[in-house]
Ligand binder design. Structure first.
Ligand code: DGT
Ligand code: CA
Ligand code: CA
Length: 575
């Protein structure tokens, strides 16, 4: 069975959790977490790299030891270290870590003192009032835990889009290879490029539906068959991801695609419009009485109710139907519109590749320019640059620009925004750069007023150009910090700055609603990869998807501008 990057990442996460509960060396724990993050974020399969005989220790955060662990998992599907840890500590305990407010220290105490191993046991202990007795817990903590459990139990697990893609795309290829299958389409939230998906919805046209069902449930990653009928089946994959497959008739494909792409809120409005025209719309087609009016293509379905085709990314009932009726749908930005990338790292800090390799890879993506924006000195874990090392890189870039053809390296920095809004590097060195990307990497829990003020002050700096990952959230891992985004966007407009949409699969930050807000306030958004290695440029497709969900057009995106125009936009008018 093929082992996906996300499978290995999951094992590493579990190892890190169990090590942490056991009070292991924090560096060791972090090494596993970093490796898991690396694996989730890269499009290239490490299993395939291994089969080609490539050396994994070249990957950021992967040393000999971890490379060996990865090879073991690829070969055996399991890890001896994980098995050993699971013998020492019941694996159900890692579930407790997902309850907000419960860190490894508390989980360790709950396990050792009260023998709490599962969420159910935790709930019982809280209800019985046993938790408040533990040193460092108290009645209030017990209450908070109880509330958190209720919220946790009702919350359904979702998959980050890029992670879901690692499972969905190979499955799509598998289904396409079944004889008699003519088309396989991914629908649902996946097609809408939602940042996380609950399950995968697949539509298939085929001459023999039964056979497709049999082959689908026989897919080697299927863990459980939840339902199987003549034309539809639902399974759970080993990864925990649920997949729905439906075989539909060719003449209904458009209607089925429209229906199962959703969103539900969009579809409800569409059905209402159909009713106004005395039409009935379903996953089988559009009908007048019993007579089919359309259904084979999505265009024909929308046309039947008097609308132009609406891009899936817009189908959230957030004004797209009104816009479609008024002929005012946006012409959404596309990957081909990008002229460059304005946020990337190299070996000089925590990136993996050289300046030259990054530049050449950017050129292969058809870009005119790529900005190198290393971390600044404050971020010691990333080996951030001080003025001296930054100046050294500036010289290297100048030299390389003299040698490279058809690609320009821009000189930048991802400078830390300090707690009081000052920047981590002095103005004189910042003034030598083409752009200054500012980012919050610490003190995430300031009050809304303080956090907003901190960012507004940073933007006051004469050389500040782009606010990186503006909300700081890590999907399913860290909440956005509390800021007044409208004020920040308005400050950006006033100061001639821009906001980033960071396309790293964990971030996808700017959020779609804030993209829309930026567009309304006429602040350009930079869709950036935050690449730490050349393969990371592939993540830009998710950034484009998110930008499209935020209604952005080519004109709304900073890095659709050719170099000359970009340079003039990056030049801040000093006030
Ligand atoms: P997810 O899976 O939670 O990320 O979100 P979706 O949008 O993929 O939702 P899912 O998988 O439950 O259903 C796929 C699509 O099927 C959904 O976007 C719209 C359509 N659909 C499902 N249930 C209903 C319904 O009750 N009414 C209507 N009009 N459409 C529905
Ligand atoms: Ca779905
Ligand atoms: Ca579904």
């Amino acid at each position: 069975m093929p082992v996906h990057n996300a499978d290995i990442a999951k094992i590493f996460e579990e190892i890190a959790d169990l090590l942490e509960i056991e009070n292991a060396n924090p560096f060791r724990v972090r090494a596993y977490r970093n490796a898991a993050r690396q694996l989730q974020g890269m499009g290239e399969s490490v299993a395939e790299m291994i089969s080609r005989g490539e050396d994994l220790t070249g990957l950021p955060g992967i040393g000999d030891d971890l490379a060996g662990k990865i090879a073991e998992i690829v070969e055996t599907g399991d890890s001896r270290l994980l098995q050993k840890l699971q013998k020492q500590t019941p694996p159900s305990i890692t579930e407790l870590l997902k309850i907000p407010g419960l860190g490894p220290k508390r989980v360790r105490a709950l396990y050792h003192e009260l023998d709490v191993q599962t969420v159910e046991q935790l709930a019982r202990a809280a209800q019985d009032g046993r938790i408040r007795e533990l040193p460092g817990f108290g009645t209030k903590t017990e209450q908070t835990i109880l509330q958190a459990i209720t919220a946790h139990v009702t919350k359904q697990k979702r998959f980050k889009l890029a992670v879901a893609a690692q499972y969905a795309e190979p499955l799509k290829k598998y289904l396409e290879k079944i004889p008699d299958v003519s088309q396989v389409m991914l629908a649902g939230s996946y097609r809408r490029f939602k940042e996380t998906v609950g399950d995968i919805d697949i539509l298939v046209t085929a001459t023999n539906a039964e056979k497709v069902m049999d082959r689908f449930v026989a897919y080697d990653e299927v863990k459980k068959i939840s339902a199987k009928g003549g034309t539809r089946a639902t399974v759970i994959l080993q990864s925990g991801l649920q997949v729905d497959v439906r075989v539909v008739k060719k003449e209904s494909l458009g209607a089925a695609l429209q229906y199962f792409t959703g969103s539900k809120a969009h579809n409800i409005e569409i059905r209402r419009l159909a009713q106004e025209r005395k039409l009935k719309i379903s996953e089988y087609g559009v009908f007048k009485g019993n007579k089919p009016v359309s259904g084979s293509t999505e265009e024909s379905v929308y046309r039947a109710i008097g609308l132009p085709w609406i891009a899936p990314e817009l189908r959230e009932n957030r004004g797209e139907i009104e816009a479609a009726r008024a002929g005012k749908l946006p012409k959404l930005v596309e990957f081909a519109d990008l002229k460059g990338d304005l946020h990337a790292h190299t070996q000089a800090t925590d990136g993996h590749d050289t300046l030259r390799k990054m530049a050449e890879a950017a050129r292969e993506h058809g870009f005119e320019y790529i900005a190198i924006t290393e971390h600044s000195r404050r971020l010691t874990v990333a080996h951030g640059l001080d003025p001296q090392r930054l100046r050294k890189q500036i010289l290297e870039i100048d030299k390389l620009n003299g040698q490279l053809k058809n690609i320009t390296l821009l000189k930048g920095i991802e400078v830390d925004i300090l707690e009081d809004g000052r920047l981590d590097l002095p103005n004189d060195v910042l003034s030598e750069l083409d752009l200054v990307v500012g980012a919050v990497h610490s003190k995430f829990h300031l009050s809304r007023a303080k956090q907003t003020e901190r960012i507004l002050r940073a933007m006051d700096h004469p050389y500040f150009t782009i606010l990186a990952h503006p909300t700081g959230r890590l999907i399913e891992n860290r909440e956005p910090y509390d800021v007044d985004m409208l004020r920040i966007i308005r400050q950006a407009r006033e100061r001639g700055c821009f906001l980033e949409l960071n396309a790293h699969p964990e971030r996808m930050d700017l959020l779609d609603i804030y993209c829309q807000m930026s567009r309304d306030e006429e602040v350009l958004v930079a869709i950036n990869s935050d690449a730490h290695r050349i393969q990371d440029f592939d993540n830009l497709v998710y950034g484009i998807g998110q930008a499209r969900r935020g209604w952005l057009e080519k004109k709304d995106v900073l890095n659709t501008r050719p170099l000359k125009l970009l340079r003039s936009l990056l030049k801040r008018t000093m006030t």
